[in-house]
Every structure is written in C-alpha cells, then in structure tokens.
Design a protein around this ligand. Sequence first.
Ligand code: FMN
Length: 178
Amino acid sequence: MIILVGYATVEGQTRKIADAVAAAIEKAGHRALLLDVTSGGEYAVAHPEAAILCAPVHAARYPAAFASFVGQEVSWLNSVPSAFVSVSLLIRSEFEEEQEEARQYPDALLAESGWRPGLVHHAAGALRYTEYDFFKRWIIRRMAEYENAPTDVSRDHEFTDWQALSAFVQAFLDEAKA
Ligand SMILES: Cc1cc2nc3c(=O)[nH]c(=O)nc-3n(C[C@H](O)[C@H](O)[C@H](O)COP(=O)(O)O)c2cc1C
C-alpha cells in the first residue's frame, strides 16, 4: 500500500513524528509518501491509497495552511482509510480537564472540513526552548510553570511516546488492510 504521510510543523517536532510514522509504515512493508502539506507539493501523481496526516497545536489551533489542505482534499481523504495525529503539550498534562481539552482540539478542524478520519492519535510534542525567540520562550515557560512541565530553558524537552506512535501506525495498517 502507498500511504501519504502529510504533515505541517512550526518548530520541527511534528516533522520528526511524521518521519517516525513513515519509518513504521516502511518497516511494515508498505510505501510512505512524506509530504509537508504546506509546501504546495503534489501527491496525487503517486496514487496513495491511504493517508495519515499530522499537525501541531499552537494557541489551540492547527496551522491555517494545514486546515486549508484538509479542506481542499476532504473528498479524497474520506474516500480512503485515513488517520490524524494531533500533536500538543496539554495531552501530557497531569490535570484531567487539560487532557480533555487536548482531546477536543481536533473537533473544530473535523467539523469545519467534514473530514472523518478512522483513527485519531494524540501525541505529546516537545518544548524546544533553545529555538524559541525571547518572547516565545517567556510565554511558553510561564505556560510550563502552570502545567508542571519542565522550565529549564537551557535545553529542549521531548515528550513524544514513540512506542505508542508505532503501535498506532500498526493499528491503522491492520484496519486499512481489513
Ligand atoms: C507559541 C506556542 C503555542 C502553543 N500552544 C499550545 C496550545 O494551545 N495547546 C497545546 O497543547 N500545546 C501548545 N503548544 C505546544 C506545541 O503543540 C508543541 O510544542 C509541539 O511540539 C509543536 O509542534 P511543532 O514543533 O511541530 O510545531 C504551543 C507551543 C508554542 C511554541
């Protein structure tokens, strides 16, 4: 099976997640077509038969260019097995209400676009303090303090559960085959 792995990223963690999704697909003997959906690149010529899309949450929204891609491609997405990987920080929160908020992030995107992915996976992202500018670092550090997340801004902190991600890819492949 040829599977589109489409992603958008702001600071790079979702690209790393999409890379891992593509690697798991290839390891299972399928072909992954990795595409930054905000690049305007073409994918249809490769005739993918399924899709896994990955996007990060920034200020409670996915990148606008990612939402546009989903809106434009919704007919095709709904005609093949598809899944969505939502990348956020709140999903790793120790507070149940915040985890619940993170689980609801996809709702607006799916309602507005009409996309009906068969599976939705929530992956925790990363705090890339060393790459933020002063203002962003200050805001994210305040958010981290409130969240009991790491506040050591001298290094980056990654929370993605790579095993859970590859188990999700396997579940998607099993479902797509069925
Ligand atoms: C400016 C900014 C705003 C963010 N807003 C949210 C948010 O509203 N909810 C959340 O759960 N995570 C939020 N995050 C965390 C990101 O989802 C997380 O850092 C993710 O790894 C970013 O993925 P990317 O590197 O692919 O852009 C925010 C991060 C930044 C830098």
